[in-house]
Design a protein around this ligand. Structure first.
Ligand code: PLP
Length: 382
C-alpha cells in the first residue's frame, strides 16, 4: 500500500464532502443567478456554504468571497487592494508562498515598492524588524498564518496591531493553517484572509478571500457581478458546497487533529534525530502539528524523494508548487539555511489517514535510502 505523507500539497477528498457535492453536479444544475427554482436551489446551497466557511474562521458570511482557490484569493487581496490606491509600499513576509510574493512583485511595474519582512533562523518574523520596516506609507502588509514548507506559525495578531496602528491593511494567507489549527479572522486584526478547500479534504479549485467591510477591493474579474461585484463568473456550485461541507467537518475535528497528528509528528522527529546528521527546520518555533521539514546532510533531497517514491512513499522536497524547480527553497534560504543543506530538504506532512505504521514504513525506507545514497556519495568521492 502506498503511503501518502504530502498533505500540505493536497489532501484526499472526504467521502462525506463528495456526498454533499454530488447532487449539485447532477440534479441541482441551476445557475445560482437564475430567478427560477433551479437557480434558487443553487443560491441557497452557496449561502449555506458561505456560513460554514465563515464559521470555520470566525468571520461574518458577508465577508466571504468565493474564488478558484488560494492562489486567486492571494492575487485578489494584493492586486485588489493596490488597484484602488496610489503606488506606495507593500511589506510581505520573507517566507510567503509565490502566489503572494509573485503577485506583489507584479505590482512593481506600476511603481509599488515591495519590502520583505525578514525572519529569524526558525522562520519567525523578527518583531523589531517589523517595527522598523513598517511606516505610515505602508499601504498593505501580507504575512502568512502558517508556512507550507516548515509549518512555522506566525503571530498574525501581533503584526495586525502594528499594521493597524500605522493605518495600513493586513492580509494573511491562512491556506495552510485553516483546518489544522484554530484560525480566528475577527481576533487576528487582519483585514483580508485567504483560504483553500483542498488543504482540508475539500475539492481542488475552490477557495475564498475573507474581506473586512472597510476594505476597498477592486475585482480581478469583471463581468456579471457575482459575489457582490467582487468576483464575477458563474459560481462553481458543487465545489463551493464541498468547501462548506469540508469547513464544517474540519471545524468539528480540530482538537482531534492535533491530538492525533502531533504525537505521530513527535515520534517521527525523535526517530529522525536518532539517525544523526539530520536538521529539523523551524524546530524551536511554534509549528503546525502535521509538518516536519528536515535536511539530511550531504544528500540531494530530490534524489531522496525519488527513492522514497520507488518505495511507494509520497513526500515533498521544498515546496510542492515549485517541485520542478531545482533551486534551493527560498523559505529555507531566508531562514539562513546554507544552499546545499536547503537542497537536501524533505517535507513530510501528515493527515488524518496516517498511522503509526506509516511512520514505521517511512523510517525503514528512509534509512535504506540514506544508506544507499551515502554509500554512493562515498564511492563517488573515494
Ligand atoms: N498559499 C499557501 C501557503 C499554499 O501552501 C498554497 C498551496 O500550496 C497556496 C497559497 C495556493 O493555494 P491553491 O492551491 O488553492 O491555489
Amino acid at each position: 500500500m502506498p503511503v501518502y505523507l504530502d498533505h500540505n500539497a493536497t489532501t484526499p477528498l472526504d467521502a462525506r464532502v463528495l456526498e454533499a457535492m454530488l447532487p449539485y453536479l447532477m440534479e441541482h444544475h441551476g445557475n445560482p443567478s437564475s430567478v427560477h427554482r433551479f437557480g434558487r436551489t443553487g443560491r441557497a446551497a452557496i449561502d449555506q456554504a458561505r456560513e460554514q466557511v465563515a464559521e470555520l474562521v470566525n468571520a461574518h458570511p458577508s465577508q466571504v468571497v468565493f474564488t478558484s482557490g488560494g492562489t486567486e484569493a492571494n492575487n485578489l487581496a494584493i492586486k485588489g487592494v493596490a488597484a484602488g490606491k496610489k503606488p506606495g509600499y507593500i511589506a510581505i513576509g520573507a517566507t510567503e508562498h509565490p502566489s503572494v510574493s509573485e503577485a506583489a512583485s507584479s505590482l512593481t511595474k506600476q511603481g509599488w515598492k515591495i519590502t520583505p519582512l525578514p525572519v529569524d533562523g526558525q522562520g519567525r518574523l523578527i518583531e523589531a524588524e517589523v517595527d522598523s520596516i513598517l511606516h505610515l506609507g505602508t499601504a498593505l502588509v501580507s504575512v502568512m498564518w502558517a508556512n507550507n514548507e516548515t509549518g512555522v506559525v506566525q503571530d498574525v495578531a501581533a503584526v495586525g496591531s502594528k499594521v493597524r496602528a500605522r493605518g495600513g491593511l493586513l492580509h494573511t494567507d491562512a491556506v495552510q493553517a485553516a483546518g489544522k489549527i484554530a484560525v480566528d479572522f475577527s481576533a487576528s486584526g487582519a483585514h483580508l484572509m485567504s483560504l483553500s478547500a483542498h488543504k482540508f479534504n475539500g475539492p481542488k479549485g475552490v477557495g475564498a478571500l475573507i474581506v473586512d467591510k472597510t476594505v476597498e477591493l477592486e475585482p480581478l474579474l469583471h463581468g456579471g457581478g457575482q459575489e457582490k461585484d467582487r468576483r464575477s463568473g458563474t459560481e462553481n456550485v458543487a465545489a463551493i458546497v464541498g468547501f462548506g461541507a469540508a469547513a464544517s467537518m474540519t471545524k468539528s475535528r480540530l482538537t482531534d487533529y492535533a491530538a492525533r497528528l502531533a504525537p505521530l509528528r513527535d515520534r517521527l522527529e525523535s526517530e529522525l534525530r536518532a539517525l544523526g546528521g539530520i536538521e529539523i527546520f523551524g524546530a524551536a518555533a511554534e509549528r503546525l502539528p502535521n509538518t516536519v521539514c528536515f535536511g539530511a546532510m550531504g544528500i540531494d533531497g530530490e534524489t531522496l524523494l525519488l527513492g522514497l517514491d520507488r518505495a511507494a512513499i509520497a513526500v515533498s522536497s521544498g515546496s510542492a508548487c515549485a517541485s520542478t524547480n531545482r533551486e534551493p527553497s527560498t523559505v529555507l534560504l531566508s531562514m539562513g539555511v546554507d544552499a546545499d543543506v536547503a537542497l537536501s530538504a524533505i517535507r513530510v506532512s501528515l493527515g488524518f489517514g496516517n498511522t503509526e505504521n506509516d511512520i514505521e514504513v517511512f523510517m525503514t525506507a528512509l534509512t535504506t535510502q540514506l544508506r544507499q545514497l551515502q554509500r554512493m556519495a562515498g564511492r563517488a568521492v573515494g
